[in-house]
Design a binder for this molecule. Structure first.
Ligand code: AR6
Length: 204
C-alpha cells in the first residue's frame, strides 16, 4: 500500500460508502502540480521562489521583478541574510506581494554548458526550496525557471531537473504540500513544460 493516500472522490462527499471506512487509494501526483504562464509576482501562494544571486541584494530578471513588486522592505530583510550559496535557499517575508513569503535560491551559472555539478546544484535549488516550504508549514509554492535566463542554463535539461526533483520530493512528502506551481514566462518554456509535465505527472 502506498504511503500517500487520499479519499476516493468517486465515492461521494466523504470519499466512502455508507458505514464504510475511507479507502486508501494512491494520490495522483498530478493533482498537486500546476503549470502557469506569466508573472510570478501576482500569484497568491504561500511562497514564490526567487532566482536570486549569491548577494541576495537584487538584480535583473525575475529577481528584479520580485523586489520591485515586494517593495523596499524585502531588500532590507535580504540585507540581513549574509548572502546565499549556489544551490542553497533562504526565506523572507513577501511584504507587498500577494505571496506570504519569498524563498530566495541561487541557481548555477551555466552559460550554455551543463556539467554534472551544475545539474546537481540546480536540483539542490528545488530541493532546498521545498525543504523550506515543509519546515515553515507552507502549503503552496511557485517556482520560476531557475537559472534559465541570465545564468544561461539550457531550458530543456533545466525543466527535466525541475520536474524530476519536484516529483521525487512530492512523492516523499505528499502530505506536506498542496500545490507546486511551475511558473514559466517564455513560450519556449511553456511548450517544454506542457509536454514534459504529462510525462512526469501522468493523470492516471
Ligand atoms: N515572473 C516569472 N518568471 C520570470 C519573470 C517574472 N516576472 N521575469 C523573468 N522570468 P532570470 P537566472 C523568467 O534571468 O537565470 C538576476 O539578475 C525568465 O524568463 O531571472 O537564475 C539575479 O539577480 C527565465 O525563464 O534568473 C541573478 O544575478 C527565469 O525567470 C541572475 O539574474 C529565470 O531567469 C539569475 O539568473
Amino acid at each position: 500500500i502506498p504511503t500517500w493516500t487520499r479519499h476516493d472522490k468517486s465515492k461521494g462527499k466523504e470519499g466512502k460508502e455508507e458505514g464504510e471506512e475511507p479507502k486508501a487509494v494512491p494520490v495522483l501526483l498530478s493533482d498537486k502540480v500546476s503549470l502557469y504562464k506569466g508573472d510570478i509576482t501576482i500569484l497568491e501562494v504561500d511562497a514564490i521562489v526567487n532566482a536570486a544571486n549569491s548577494t541576495l541584494l537584487g538584480g535583473g530578471g525575475v529577481d528584479g521583478c520580485i523586489h520591485k513588486a515586494a517593495g523596499p522592505c524585502l531588500y532590507d530583510e535580504c540585507h540581513t541574510l549574509n548572502g546565499c550559496e549556489t544551490g542553497r535557499a533562504k526565506i523572507t517575508c513577501g511584504y507587498d506581494l500577494p505571496a506570504k513569503y519569498v524563498i530566495h535560491t541561487v541557481g548555477p551559472v551555466a552559460r550554455g554548458h551543463v556539467g554534472k555539478a551544475q545539474k546537481e546544484l540546480l536540483s539542490q535549488c528545488y530541493q532546498n526550496s521545498l525543504a523550506l516550504v515543509k519546515e515553515h508549514g507552507l502549503r503552496s509554492v511557485a517556482f520560476p525557471c531557475i537559472s534559465t535566463g541570465i545564468y544561461g542554463f539550457p531550458n530543456e535539461p533545466a525543466a527535466e531537473i525541475a520536474l524530476e526533483t519536484a516529483k521525487t520530493w512530492i512523492k516523499k512528502n505528499v502530505n506536506e504540500v498542496d500545490r507546486v506551481v511551475f511558473c514559466v514566462f517564455l513560450d519556449t518554456d511553456f511548450k517544454i513544460y506542457k509536454e514534459k509535465m504529462s510525462r512526469f505527472f501522468p493523470q492516471d
